[in-house]
Design a protein around this ligand. Sequence first.
Ligand code: SF4
Length: 289
Amino acid sequence: MDYEGIVYRPPSEAYSLIIQVTIGCSHNKCTFCSMYKDKKFRIRKLEDVLEDLKESRKYYRKVEKIFLADGDALIAKREYLVELLNAIRIIFPECKRVSIYGSPNSILIKKDEELREFHSLGLDMVYMGVETGSDMILEKIKKGVNSRELIEAGRKIVKSDIKLSVTLISGIGGKEYSVEHAVESAKVINEIQPNYIGLLTLLVEDGTELYEDVNKGKFILLKPKEVLHENRIFVENLYVNNCIFRSNHASNYVSLRGTLMKDKEDIIAQIDEGLKQENLEDEEIFRSL
Ligand code: SF4
Protein backbone atom coordinates (compact mmCIF):
# COMPACT_ATOMS: atom_id res chain seq x y z
CA MET A 1 0.00 0.00 0.00
CA ASP A 2 1.49 3.34 -1.05
CA TYR A 3 0.45 6.47 0.78
CA GLU A 4 -0.07 9.59 -1.32
CA GLY A 5 2.05 12.48 0.02
CA ILE A 6 2.71 13.09 3.71
CA VAL A 7 0.07 11.50 5.93
CA TYR A 8 -0.86 13.25 9.19
CA ARG A 9 -2.51 11.61 12.16
CA PRO A 10 -3.37 12.69 15.73
CA PRO A 11 -0.69 11.76 18.34
CA SER A 12 -3.05 9.20 19.91
CA GLU A 13 -3.18 7.29 16.60
CA ALA A 14 0.55 6.55 16.64
CA TYR A 15 -0.04 2.77 16.65
CA SER A 16 -3.08 2.71 14.35
CA LEU A 17 -3.25 1.34 10.86
CA ILE A 18 -3.73 4.45 8.73
CA ILE A 19 -5.97 4.17 5.69
CA GLN A 20 -6.26 7.11 3.26
CA VAL A 21 -9.90 7.65 2.39
CA THR A 22 -9.43 11.18 1.13
CA ILE A 23 -6.42 12.93 -0.27
CA GLY A 24 -5.86 16.36 1.27
CA CYS A 25 -8.37 18.57 3.03
CA SER A 26 -11.74 19.63 1.64
CA HIS A 27 -11.30 23.13 3.11
CA ASN A 28 -7.55 23.74 2.78
CA LYS A 29 -7.82 27.48 3.48
CA CYS A 30 -6.76 27.92 7.11
CA THR A 31 -4.07 30.60 7.28
CA PHE A 32 -1.84 28.68 9.70
CA CYS A 33 -2.01 25.24 8.06
CA SER A 34 0.39 23.88 5.48
CA MET A 35 -0.48 20.20 5.91
CA TYR A 36 -2.27 19.61 2.65
CA LYS A 37 -1.23 22.61 0.57
CA ASP A 38 0.44 20.35 -2.01
CA LYS A 39 -2.58 18.06 -2.40
CA LYS A 40 -5.67 18.65 -4.51
CA PHE A 41 -8.60 17.36 -2.50
CA ARG A 42 -10.39 14.22 -3.65
CA ILE A 43 -12.23 11.28 -2.18
CA ARG A 44 -10.49 8.07 -3.20
CA LYS A 45 -12.39 5.38 -5.08
CA LEU A 46 -13.95 3.01 -2.57
CA GLU A 47 -12.55 -0.04 -4.37
CA ASP A 48 -9.01 1.32 -3.98
CA VAL A 49 -9.55 1.89 -0.25
CA LEU A 50 -10.96 -1.63 0.15
CA GLU A 51 -7.91 -2.96 -1.70
CA ASP A 52 -5.66 -1.17 0.83
CA LEU A 53 -7.54 -2.87 3.66
CA LYS A 54 -7.12 -6.30 2.08
CA GLU A 55 -3.44 -5.70 1.38
CA SER A 56 -2.84 -4.50 4.96
CA ARG A 57 -4.44 -7.70 6.26
CA LYS A 58 -1.63 -9.67 4.62
CA TYR A 59 1.03 -7.75 6.58
CA TYR A 60 -0.53 -7.20 10.00
CA ARG A 61 -1.66 -10.12 12.16
CA LYS A 62 -3.41 -7.96 14.74
CA VAL A 63 -4.90 -4.53 14.06
CA GLU A 64 -6.74 -3.03 17.01
CA LYS A 65 -6.98 0.57 15.85
CA ILE A 66 -7.63 2.03 12.41
CA PHE A 67 -7.45 5.71 11.56
CA LEU A 68 -9.17 7.03 8.44
CA ALA A 69 -7.15 9.86 6.87
CA ASP A 70 -6.51 12.44 5.28
CA GLY A 71 -8.05 15.64 6.59
CA ASP A 72 -11.83 15.27 6.72
CA ALA A 73 -12.52 11.70 5.60
CA LEU A 74 -15.96 12.11 7.18
CA ILE A 75 -16.99 14.15 4.15
CA ALA A 76 -17.53 10.91 2.17
CA LYS A 77 -21.17 10.02 1.52
CA ARG A 78 -23.18 7.78 3.86
CA GLU A 79 -23.19 4.78 1.47
CA TYR A 80 -19.41 5.00 1.05
CA LEU A 81 -18.72 5.12 4.78
CA VAL A 82 -21.23 2.36 5.57
CA GLU A 83 -19.57 0.04 3.06
CA LEU A 84 -16.11 0.95 4.35
CA LEU A 85 -17.02 0.39 8.02
CA ASN A 86 -18.65 -2.93 7.16
CA ALA A 87 -15.54 -4.01 5.26
CA ILE A 88 -13.33 -3.10 8.22
CA ARG A 89 -15.47 -5.30 10.49
CA ILE A 90 -15.14 -8.23 8.11
CA ILE A 91 -11.44 -7.85 7.25
CA PHE A 92 -10.28 -6.82 10.75
CA PRO A 93 -12.73 -8.43 13.20
CA GLU A 94 -10.23 -7.83 16.03
CA CYS A 95 -10.26 -4.04 15.45
CA LYS A 96 -11.49 -2.27 18.59
CA ARG A 97 -11.48 1.31 17.42
CA VAL A 98 -12.01 3.13 14.12
CA SER A 99 -11.46 6.87 14.17
CA ILE A 100 -11.58 9.66 11.61
CA TYR A 101 -10.90 13.37 11.05
CA GLY A 102 -14.14 15.31 10.59
CA SER A 103 -14.37 18.99 9.72
CA PRO A 104 -17.28 20.94 11.29
CA ASN A 105 -18.84 21.38 7.84
CA SER A 106 -18.78 17.69 6.98
CA ILE A 107 -20.32 16.87 10.37
CA LEU A 108 -23.05 19.47 9.86
CA ILE A 109 -24.17 17.96 6.55
CA LYS A 110 -24.56 14.51 8.09
CA LYS A 111 -27.95 13.54 9.50
CA ASP A 112 -28.13 12.51 13.16
CA GLU A 113 -29.28 9.02 12.17
CA GLU A 114 -26.32 8.66 9.78
CA LEU A 115 -23.87 9.45 12.57
CA ARG A 116 -25.62 6.96 14.86
CA GLU A 117 -25.44 4.37 12.08
CA PHE A 118 -21.67 4.96 11.68
CA HIS A 119 -21.30 4.47 15.43
CA SER A 120 -23.27 1.21 15.32
CA LEU A 121 -20.88 0.03 12.57
CA GLY A 122 -17.80 0.69 14.67
CA LEU A 123 -16.89 4.35 14.18
CA ASP A 124 -15.68 5.17 17.65
CA MET A 125 -14.02 8.56 17.50
CA VAL A 126 -14.13 11.79 15.48
CA TYR A 127 -11.29 14.33 15.70
CA MET A 128 -12.53 17.85 15.04
CA GLY A 129 -10.30 20.91 14.86
CA VAL A 130 -11.91 23.76 16.79
CA GLU A 131 -8.69 25.84 16.91
CA THR A 132 -10.44 28.73 18.73
CA GLY A 133 -13.89 29.66 19.99
CA SER A 134 -13.53 33.34 19.06
CA ASP A 135 -15.61 34.34 16.04
CA MET A 136 -13.24 37.15 15.23
CA ILE A 137 -10.17 34.86 15.25
CA LEU A 138 -12.06 32.13 13.35
CA GLU A 139 -12.65 34.68 10.60
CA LYS A 140 -9.04 35.86 10.63
CA ILE A 141 -7.67 32.33 10.31
CA LYS A 142 -10.25 31.50 7.58
CA LYS A 143 -11.55 28.43 9.38
CA GLY A 144 -14.75 28.60 7.34
CA VAL A 145 -17.13 28.22 10.32
CA ASN A 146 -18.24 30.35 13.25
CA SER A 147 -18.47 29.42 16.93
CA ARG A 148 -22.19 28.54 16.64
CA GLU A 149 -21.43 26.06 13.87
CA LEU A 150 -18.55 24.56 15.85
CA ILE A 151 -20.87 24.03 18.81
CA GLU A 152 -23.59 22.53 16.64
CA ALA A 153 -21.14 20.16 14.91
CA GLY A 154 -19.54 19.10 18.19
CA ARG A 155 -22.88 18.47 19.87
CA LYS A 156 -24.03 16.34 16.93
CA ILE A 157 -21.11 14.00 17.43
CA VAL A 158 -21.59 13.82 21.21
CA LYS A 159 -25.30 13.09 20.72
CA SER A 160 -24.50 10.22 18.33
CA ASP A 161 -22.41 8.47 21.05
CA ILE A 162 -19.31 8.66 18.86
CA LYS A 163 -16.48 9.99 21.04
CA LEU A 164 -15.38 13.50 20.20
CA SER A 165 -11.80 14.72 20.43
CA VAL A 166 -11.32 18.43 19.80
CA THR A 167 -8.09 20.32 19.23
CA LEU A 168 -7.36 23.94 20.02
CA ILE A 169 -4.27 25.97 19.24
CA SER A 170 -2.56 28.02 21.92
CA GLY A 171 -1.41 31.36 20.60
CA ILE A 172 -3.65 31.36 17.52
CA GLY A 173 -4.97 34.83 18.43
CA GLY A 174 -1.43 36.22 18.76
CA LYS A 175 -0.54 38.68 21.50
CA GLU A 176 -3.48 40.94 20.71
CA TYR A 177 -6.26 38.41 21.16
CA SER A 178 -4.73 35.93 23.59
CA VAL A 179 -7.28 36.50 26.37
CA GLU A 180 -10.20 36.58 23.94
CA HIS A 181 -9.00 33.26 22.47
CA ALA A 182 -8.73 31.63 25.91
CA VAL A 183 -12.10 32.83 27.22
CA GLU A 184 -14.13 32.28 24.03
CA SER A 185 -12.57 28.86 23.42
CA ALA A 186 -13.55 27.71 26.91
CA LYS A 187 -17.14 28.90 26.28
CA VAL A 188 -17.38 26.84 23.08
CA ILE A 189 -15.88 23.75 24.71
CA ASN A 190 -18.24 24.07 27.69
CA GLU A 191 -21.17 24.05 25.28
CA ILE A 192 -19.89 21.03 23.35
CA GLN A 193 -18.79 18.87 26.32
CA PRO A 194 -16.32 16.76 24.27
CA ASN A 195 -14.68 13.56 25.53
CA TYR A 196 -11.14 14.73 24.82
CA ILE A 197 -9.45 18.11 24.51
CA GLY A 198 -6.05 18.35 22.83
CA LEU A 199 -4.18 21.60 23.17
CA LEU A 200 -1.44 22.28 20.62
CA THR A 201 0.81 25.32 20.42
CA LEU A 202 0.95 27.39 17.26
CA LEU A 203 3.79 26.46 14.94
CA VAL A 204 4.38 28.94 12.16
CA GLU A 205 5.29 27.24 8.94
CA ASP A 206 6.84 28.63 5.80
CA GLY A 207 4.37 28.86 2.93
CA THR A 208 1.36 29.81 5.04
CA GLU A 209 -0.45 33.16 5.14
CA LEU A 210 0.31 33.37 8.83
CA TYR A 211 4.04 33.10 8.13
CA GLU A 212 3.77 36.16 5.89
CA ASP A 213 1.83 38.05 8.58
CA VAL A 214 4.47 37.23 11.20
CA ASN A 215 7.24 38.39 8.86
CA LYS A 216 5.39 41.63 8.16
CA GLY A 217 4.84 42.23 11.87
CA LYS A 218 1.06 41.98 11.49
CA PHE A 219 0.86 39.01 13.86
CA ILE A 220 2.81 39.01 17.12
CA LEU A 221 3.61 35.55 18.43
CA LEU A 222 3.27 34.76 22.11
CA LYS A 223 6.34 34.11 24.22
CA PRO A 224 6.43 30.74 25.98
CA LYS A 225 5.24 32.11 29.32
CA GLU A 226 2.48 34.09 27.62
CA VAL A 227 1.30 30.81 26.12
CA LEU A 228 1.15 29.33 29.60
CA HIS A 229 -0.78 32.34 30.92
CA GLU A 230 -3.25 31.84 28.06
CA ASN A 231 -3.52 28.13 28.89
CA ARG A 232 -4.23 29.03 32.52
CA ILE A 233 -7.12 31.34 31.58
CA PHE A 234 -8.50 28.68 29.25
CA VAL A 235 -8.40 25.91 31.86
CA GLU A 236 -9.77 28.20 34.61
CA ASN A 237 -12.81 28.85 32.43
CA LEU A 238 -13.44 25.20 31.48
CA TYR A 239 -16.44 23.39 32.93
CA VAL A 240 -16.53 19.96 31.29
CA ASN A 241 -17.29 16.55 32.73
CA ASN A 242 -15.35 13.32 32.25
CA CYS A 243 -13.16 14.95 29.67
CA ILE A 244 -9.53 13.95 29.16
CA PHE A 245 -7.36 17.02 28.74
CA ARG A 246 -3.97 16.69 27.05
CA SER A 247 -1.38 19.14 25.92
CA ASN A 248 1.42 16.65 25.42
CA HIS A 249 2.03 17.28 21.73
CA ALA A 250 5.64 18.04 20.72
CA SER A 251 4.56 21.62 19.99
CA ASN A 252 3.81 22.37 23.65
CA TYR A 253 6.24 24.03 26.05
CA VAL A 254 4.91 22.16 29.09
CA SER A 255 3.19 18.80 28.98
CA LEU A 256 -0.20 18.83 30.74
CA ARG A 257 -2.59 15.97 31.34
CA GLY A 258 -5.62 15.26 33.48
CA THR A 259 -9.30 14.44 33.57
CA LEU A 260 -11.69 17.35 33.92
CA MET A 261 -13.28 18.44 36.15
CA LYS A 262 -11.64 16.36 38.85
CA ASP A 263 -8.05 17.33 37.92
CA LYS A 264 -8.71 20.98 37.07
CA GLU A 265 -6.80 22.36 40.07
CA ASP A 266 -3.97 19.92 39.40
CA ILE A 267 -3.70 21.04 35.75
CA ILE A 268 -3.63 24.67 36.87
CA ALA A 269 -0.89 23.75 39.37
CA GLN A 270 1.08 22.08 36.52
CA ILE A 271 0.80 25.32 34.52
CA ASP A 272 1.94 27.37 37.54
CA GLU A 273 4.95 25.07 37.90
CA GLY A 274 5.73 25.69 34.21
CA LEU A 275 5.51 29.43 34.78
CA LYS A 276 8.24 29.13 37.42
CA GLN A 277 10.64 27.34 35.06
CA GLU A 278 13.63 29.50 34.29
CA ASN A 279 14.56 27.53 31.19
CA LEU A 280 11.37 28.71 29.50
CA GLU A 281 12.98 31.65 27.81
CA ASP A 282 11.09 34.86 27.71
CA GLU A 283 12.21 35.32 24.13
CA GLU A 284 9.74 35.45 21.29
CA ILE A 285 10.02 32.09 19.60
CA PHE A 286 9.59 31.49 15.91
CA ARG A 287 9.29 27.80 15.38
CA SER A 288 8.62 25.55 12.51
CA LEU A 289 7.86 21.84 12.32
S1 SF4 B 1 -6.45 23.17 9.72
FE1 SF4 B 1 -7.72 21.43 9.18
S2 SF4 B 1 -9.46 22.35 8.07
FE2 SF4 B 1 -7.87 23.90 8.12
S3 SF4 B 1 -6.76 23.62 6.18
FE3 SF4 B 1 -5.66 22.42 7.75
S4 SF4 B 1 -6.50 20.35 7.61
FE4 SF4 B 1 -7.93 21.73 6.53
